[in-house]
Structure formats: C-alpha cells, structure tokens
Design a protein around this ligand. Structure first.
Ligand code: HEC
Ligand code: HEC
Length: 344
C-alpha cells in the first residue's frame, strides 16, 4: 500500500463514519418533522441484515490499543466501582447510580459485556448509529447515546474522559469485523407475539413473587453486595426504587421490558430457551413498571417523545393524556398494544 492510500485509510477509520448508518441529508443534532423521521426510520428498518457475530476476547489486539479496549470491558463490568455514584475515587463519580453497564447489557457465551443476544447487545452498535431518536426528536450519535447512559452524576461525564474513550474503544472493537452499515441479527430485543388483552399488573405480581423475587427482592430493590457503600454495586440489580431506571427510562415501557426479560430472565434464560411466555413477560413488566411501584421520578418526562405521531405504545406519559378519560392513559401503558415490537 502506498503512503497516500495508507493515510487515506487511516483518515477514514479515524472518522469512523464509514461504519455508521448514513443519515444524509440529515445530520446529528437535526430535529426531524414527522415525515422526515418516518422516512429515515423506514430506511433504517430496510438495512440489510448480517448474521449474529460472536465476539472473541482472544482477538483483542495487544499493546496500547488492546489495553484501552480491555479497560472499556472492565468499566462495563465494574461501572459502579470505577465511575458510579459511590465510587471510592470521588473525582470519578460520573454515573448517577450504582449499577454496572453489564447488569443490563448482559454477558453472552463469549463472556464479554453486551454480548448476549436480544439482551440489548452492543456488538453491532457502531453500525446502528447515528439514528433518529423519537424520544428526543433528534438524530443522535452513538457517543450521545452512550453518554446518556451515565445520566447526571456528581461529576459531569465528558466525551474526552479516558473512561468514556475506553468504553467507545471497546464498542468500536466489538463492531470491527462486522459488515459496515448493516443491521445484525440478535440485536436489540427479541420480537414477541402480541396478546389480545392488556398486560395485567395483578397477574404480574403473582408471577414476580414466584420467578423473580428470590433474586431481585420482594420490593424489587435488588440485593447489594457487602461492599456496596464503597462502590461494590449489586449482586442482583434493582428493578425499582431510586437506584435503577427512572420513570423516563426506556426500560419503563412495558413492552420493552417484557421483550428484554423474555430473552434473558430469570437468570439463565436465553432467546432460544426462554423461560417465560409472552403473556407472563408482559404481565411481569406491567407489575414492575406500574406507577404504584416506587421509582425515581424524572421531572423532564413530559417533554419526551415530542412528536405525538412517533410515540411508541407502552411508554405512556400521563401529561400526554391530560383531559382524556383515565382509560386512555391505562390503555397506552398496558395495552392491548397495536404492536408490541415497536421501536423506542
Ligand atoms: C438500567 C439498564 C441499563 C444500564 C445500567 C445501561 N444501559 Fe445502555 N441501554 C439500555 C437500554 C434499555 C438501551 C436501548 C434503548 C433503545 O431502545 O434505544 C440502551 C442502549 C445503549 C446503547 C446504544 C445501543 C443500542 O442498541 O441502541 C449503548 C452504547 C449503551 N446503552 C451503553 C451503555 C453503557 C456504556 C452503560 C454503562 C455506563 C449502559 N449502557 C448502562 C439500558 C441500560
Ligand atoms: C437467579 C437470580 C435471578 C432471577 C431469579 C431473576 N434475575 Fe433478573 N437479574 C439477575 C442478575 C444477576 C442480573 C444482572 C445480570 C448481570 O449483571 O450480568 C439481572 C438483571 C435483570 C434486569 C436488568 C437490570 C436491571 O436492574 O434492570 C432485569 C430487568 C431483570 N433482571 C428482571 C428480572 C425479572 C423480571 C425476573 C423474573 C422473571 C428476574 N429478573 C429473575 C438475577 C436474577
């Protein structure tokens, strides 16, 4: 390879845009109207799909680059200790809670964080962004999405902090041998069959007690590790209370949580060996995400999903139903849903 070509390739890989979804003519930060958003979403849906690719830790390069990738892995596993709310190093408290990324972006057979199929894997994340985000009404980048995962911690998280750069290095490595610009099988959440009735928190409570409570606790507040106060995090993460997703979080949508647990919970369940029926997953999600369950409240919630035409079902915001009979809100939150597999 001649020098000029080498430099060109280096420039391309530094830009990273060659891997990403092409949002042209829209750019990151653009606010899209309904038609433009729907057109972009349709293009996104129509992307070619590549088969799942199992990441392999043995292929992490050696040297400085490999060290940064491994640091990203460690940060995803030990988020709470390294950068969490109770991290021993107070200057690093960039997260707002004591969860680890891997509590939600679970470990798959590869042993790597974010590699479990249909449990929000991150293997193809570099190809899946930028994309239109209905929640903010804007085109967002992968960096913005990942920054958002930290929330508002005591120390503001910045793109140029070494910890954030390490996580991004890991995400880029995960996507390194994938087909650029293509979607990937097993990404996101498992599609589930719709049910004709509404999800039922009462049935969900009984199921939760039988199938979830032993680990996540009777009040769903999880089980802390003995060194929790110095950043140890949880043995079993909380699903409710003030240290997990708030009432503006994606997980707060009943269908999203149902699809997530359908492919991953109780612990040991996988998309091809699920342990819950669709109805059970929806009922449990309805119970966990019921408004009567204690949960951190997000004051900015009413501003989310600004375009009514692009609001997914299940993520119901009471303010959006002001002046309508209470059933309208109940129906939006618990269904029956027109489509349980909508995008958030
Ligand atoms: C409480 C659960 C939870 C935790 C903890 C969590 N995430 Fe996420 N994350 C989600 C959900 C839910 C989504 C997908 C939402 C959607 O549909 O866009 C997501 C999406 C992402 C994405 C975009 C990938 C995609 O498929 O859209 C990245 C990157 C990401 N998270 C990184 C992180 C990192 C890094 C951490 C730790 C600092 C973290 N997450 C912690 C729940 C979580
Ligand atoms: C045997 C223990 C066990 C059981 C039973 C179990 N879980 Fe979990 N759950 C875990 C562990 C451990 C994690 C974190 C995974 C990790 O860090 O790799 C988790 C993570 C989760 C998460 C994502 C993290 C969060 O805090 O939001 C959700 C949601 C969840 N479980 C829901 C459920 C539901 C619903 C049930 C019942 C159907 C259930 N779990 C049953 C152990 C369990």
């Amino acid at each position: 390879m001649n020098m000029q070509r080498l430099l060109f390739c280096l420039a391309l890989s530094a830009l990273g845009s060659a891997q990403a979804f092409d949002t042209a003519p829209h750019r990151v930060g653009d606010i899209l109207d309904t038609a433009a958003a729907q057109a972009l979403q349709a293009r996104y849906e129509a992307r070619p799909k590549q088969p799942w690719r199992e990441p392999d830790e043995a292929r992490i390069p050696s040297g400085v680059e490999g060290e940064q990738i491994r640091d990203g892995i460690d940060l995803m596993r030990n988020t709470s200790r390294r950068v969490g709310k109770l991290a021993p190093d107070a200057t690093k408290r960039m997260g707002w809670n004591s969860l680890n990324c891997v509590n939600c972006h679970q470990t798959g057979p590869s042993g790597l964080p974010g590699s479990k199929r249909f449990a929000l894997p991150l293997v193809n994340a570099v190809n899946d962004y930028p994309k239109f985000d209905a929640k903010s009404g804007k085109v967002i980048s992968l960096e913005q999405r990942a920054l958002g995962m930290f929330g508002a911690g005591a120390v503001p998280i910045k793109v140029d902090t070494p910890e954030f750069q390490a996580i991004m290095a890991y995400l880029r490595w995960l996507g390194r041998e994938t087909k650029q610009g293509a979607a990937m099988d097993g990404t996101g959440l498992m599609p589930i069959e719709p049910i004709a009735r509404a999800a039922d928190p009462k049935r969900g409570k009984v199921l939760f007690q039988a199938k979830c409570q032993a680990c996540h606790g009777a009040d769903a507040s999880g089980q802390r590790k003995p060194d929790f106060d110095v950043g140890g995090g949880y043995l079993f993460p909380p699903l409710a209370g003030d240290d997990t997703y708030d009432n503006a979080g994606h997980m707060f949508a009943v269908p999203l949580l149902a699809r997530y647990i359908a492919a991953s919970m109780p612990l040991g369940a996988t998309y091809d060996k699920p342990q819950l029926t669709t109805a059970e997953a929806l009922d449990i999600a309805a119970y966990v995400n019921d408004d009567s369950m204690p949960r951190r409240q997000n004051p900015n919630r009413a501003k989310l999903y600004p375009d009514a035409a692009l609001r997914p079902q299940g993520y119901a915001i009471p303010e959006h139903y002001a002046g309508q009979p209470p059933e309208a809100y109940q129906r939006a939150k618990f269904g029956p849903f027109r489509n349980v597999n909508e995008h958030y």
